[in-house]
Design a protein around this ligand. Structure first.
Ligand code: ATP
Ligand code: MG
Length: 448
């Protein structure tokens, strides 16, 4: 095996085994080891009941938060390890959570409640596998397959629909046919899943390398929680700039964006308002006048519905709103936009514009893409040189304005803004003496 089991996990497995209980590593960590990827957490399952587990780790720090579901968390070298008693799940009458969990004595029964075969493999301390559902072979083949009857598994817990798509996007695995069909047929089960839980899976999915294929194959699932996507999925674009319809264009732009959540969300939503703005001229050419503003409004609503945090939502909405704005590749325009958006958002806007271009007819946009590269280089230079592009970069501040005779109050800000405008336009250098002269000149009433 490529990865060492951490000594903390080893110690826990050994302690439980010494006390006469069965115990295994299970779930994500075993799957990831078999994939050749370093696991990020190490879950342990055992035949010991929770109170028996606690007794084994008497005197050690224990967290009991998961006790109701049979989970005891033990801290080893400061790392938390979840130890869960073998259990099955009762019926899911609300399609959210099992009505109850039942402790069982067989590992097989515990593995059977798990979602996908790749997640239902256990590994003993000696490295031996318990794999009753053929998970290792599915990992080898790159297949996501439900444990048991797919439709039933998605009906028990709608979140599994999103988990399947997330694993598909992140691992680049195919979703096995029957599992795929059951996903389409049971996508409505997502109605019972809390927005916050869909959000978590969507964020992981969007930054996965195979996100494009998943968006392409499962638009119906995305429309289930974001019905606003529906008209974009079917949008045709008869326009020389576009060689694809709305959805395929969107997918190309998502794929072209770096794997950053804000950028990927921006690309997914940047044209969401297009269907509402569509008009066709006398030559049969489609236009989408005003779509960035409409898209920004819709994006804001969609991100609120799915409980995104304010910071992510506001950033995405800003980028959607400006994704189509024309910025000439000249220093003073760049400084103005840097001042308006701040460097971080402005660099993201350049990425958004590049990704948007990558989703269009290449021959027509290749000059625009080259121009964007130039603009990025210029921007880097402006930022590196510490050039002035916002009020706080000005060589004078509010105190100077007041000292020049302006009464404290809103006029001070207005004055500074005026000065900033002149600096951005390159009319005056950002030099203290020159700027002081400028503000005294503008104060004829105050001169003495
Ligand atoms: P990750 O790499 O994201 O942690 P994971 O598979 O470990 O992936 P967890 O949410 O940590 O995901 O869950 C641990 C294990 O619990 C899974 O491997 C799977 O066996 C089981 N599991 C998690 N969620 C579900 C679910 N909704 N239905 C059935 N089994 C689940
Ligand atoms: Mg995990």
């Amino acid at each position: 095996m490529k990865f060492e089991i951490p000594s903390g996990a080893e110690h826990i497995l050994q302690t439980l085994a010494d006390a006469g209980y069965e115990t295994y590593l299970v779930g994500g960590c075993v799957r990831d080891m078999l994939r050749g990827v370093e696991p990020h957490d190490w879950d342990i399952c055992t035949s010991a009941r929770p109170e028996e587990t606690e007794r084994c780790f008497d005197g050690q720090r224990i967290i009991e938060t998961g006790l109701k579901h049979g989970t005891v968390t033990v801290l080893e070298d400061g790392e938390p390890y979840e130890i869960t008693t073998y259990r099955t799940e009762g019926p899911y009458s609300d399609s959210r959570r099992p009505d109850y969990v039942e402790f069982v004595s067989s590992l097989e029964a515990d593995l059977a409640r798990r979602d996908f075969t790749m997640n239902a493999i256990a590994m003993g301390l000696d490295g031996s596998l318990r794999d009753p559902f053929g998970g290792a072979a599915d990992i080898q083949a790159g297949l996501i397959r439900c444990v048991g009857e797919p439709a039933q598994r998605f009906r028990e817990d709608g979140l599994r629909v999103m988990r399947a798509l997330r694993f598909g996007a992140v691992f680049g695995y195919e979703i096995e046919n029957q599992t795929a069909q059951a996903i389409h047929e049971n996508r409505h089960m997502l109605e019972h899943v809390a927005a916050e839980r869909i959000n978590v899976e969507l964020c992981k999915l969007l930054t996965g390398p195979n996100v494009g294929e998943i968006l392409r194959q499962y638009p119906d699932v995305f429309c289930q929680f974001w019905p606003q996507l529906g008209p974009l999925v079917t949008l045709e674009q008869h326009n020389p700039w576009h060689c694809w319809g709305g959805w395929e264009h969107t997918i190309h732009t998502v794929e072209a964006a770096p794997p950053d959540l804000v950028l990927r969300l921006t690309m997914l939503l940047h044209d969401i308002g297009k269907p509402r703005c569509k008009s066709t001229d006398e030559n049969g050419v489609d236009h989408f006048y005003g779509h960035p503003a409409v898209s920004a409004k819709l994006a804001d609503q969609m991100l609120r519905e799915l409980k995104f945090d304010n910071r992510t939502r506001e950033r995405v909405v800003t980028l959607v709103e400006y994704h189509d704005v024309q910025i000439p590749c000249r220093d003073h325009f760049i400084r103005k936009w840097l001042g308006r958006l701040g460097p971080e958002t402005f660099f993201q806007l350049l990425e958004v514009k590049r990704a948007d271009g990558m989703g269009q007819a290449y021959e027509l946009v290749k000059d625009r893409l080259a121009e964007l590269e130039k603009m990025k280089a210029k921007t880097e230079e402006i930022v590196a040189q510490g050039q002035c592009f916002s009020m706080k970069d000005l060589a004078i501040n509010g105190r100077d304005v007041i000292a020049a005779g302006v009464a404290p109050g809103p006029e001070v800000g207005r004055m500074l803004n005026g000065v900033l405008g002149q600096v951005l336009d390159g009319l005056v250098p950002n030099n203290r003496e020159e700027l002081l002269l400028l503000i005294t000149d503008e104060q004829p009433n105050q001169s003495n």
